[in-house]
Structures are given as C-alpha cells and as structure tokens.
Write a protein that binds this ligand. Structure first.
Ligand code: SAM
Length: 159
C-alpha cells in the first residue's frame, strides 16, 4: 500500500483495520461534525476528503452538504475505496464519489469549497511537503473565490 512517495501506510487496510477505522469514526463523529460546522460547511458545498479510508468523513460531509453538494474522497488504496463505495451505495448517497489517488497527484478542475483530511497528515513522513504539494492543486483550482478552507483536524494518536 503506497501512501505517498513510496512510503507504506503503516496500519494497512485489513478487514480488522477497516473495522477499527469505522469504530473510531463513530467515536469521533460528534467532534468531527462540530469541527466541520465551525469551519463553515453549508448545504451545496463541494468538499474534498483527503485520505478518506472507509469514507466516514466523506459520508458525514455528504450529509451536511446535502444532495445539492458534492463530496470527493481520495485514497491510494483500492480495497478501502471499495468498502467506502459500498457504504455510500447502501446509504443512497449519490453525491459522494471516490477516486484512487494520493493528495499530491489528484487534480480536479472544478475546485472545492472545503478540504478535509482526518488522520492523514500524521501518516506522512514529511507533512510539510505533503501540504506544499497538495495545497496548490487543491485550493487554487478555483482561485479567486475566498470560500476555500483547508482543514486538517489534528486528532493525534498521542505521540
Ligand atoms: C488512518 S486512515 C484515516 C481514514 C479517514 N480519514 C478516517 O478518519 O476515518 C488514513 C488514510 O489515509 C490514506 N493516505 C495516506 N497517505 C495519503 C496520501 N498521501 N494521499 C491520500 N491518502 C493518503 C491511507 O491510505 C489511509 O486510508
């Protein structure tokens, strides 16, 4: 599993790990929702979820932006994206899509109103380089409008 720059994502994407992510997401849901609301998420917004994993933040964001909004979740791992895709299909959320990509190479010409990445920065060997590579592509695709925000909640694992 390649996270970026050929650095393996250390926790992997076994069934047990995907299950752990979902358990963790259920615990973090209230604080994540509060953070998204405080960041100004609104119905109709376009949201990008970096390192979406099993899609929990993308699903929460999709509920908050509603069907007139749009959420794109990216992750380099196809298996975990398969799980995320199955979950949004079962939930009937048609305004969420997932793409296999790392943050440094993903390009979307339509731009986003909000970029979120939960527990992804901490997995980068060089978070500054990650942000430097990601920010221009993600934030300025629709430059000229000040609605963009870059949100990296720092829910640290305690190190
Ligand atoms: C700990 S999981 C978090 C999943 C999800 N954000 C959540 O909070 O439940 C981190 C995810 O980030 C992905 N990831 C790691 N480096 C990445 C990168 N450079 N670009 C995109 N995704 C990345 C991993 O494949 C993994 O699925």
């Amino acid at each position: 599993m390649i996270a970026s720059d050929n650095v393996p994502y250390i926790l992997g994407h076994s069934d047990a790990e995907i299950s752990r992510l979902q358990t963790q997401a259920a615990i973090l849901r209230p604080i994540t929702e509060r953070l998204l609301r405080n960041a100004g998420i609104q119905p109709g917004m376009r949201v990008l979820d970096l390192g979406t994993g099993a899609g929990d933040v993308a699903i929460l964001a999709a509920e908050l932006v509603g069907p007139k909004g749009c959420v794109v979740g990216i992750d380099p791992n196809p298996e975990v994206l398969g799980k995320a895709t199955e979950r949004v299909r079962n939930a009937g959320l048609r305004h969420v899509v997932f793409r296999q990509a790392t943050a440094d190479v993903f390009i979307n010409d339509d731009g986003f109103d909000l970029v979120v990445g939960r527990y992804v920065l901490i997995h980068q060997t060089d978070p500054v380089t990650f942000l430097q590579a990601a920010a221009p592509r993600l934030l300025f695709t629709n430059f000229g409008c000040l609605r963009h925000a870059l949100l990296f909640p720092a829910f640290h694992y305690g190190r």
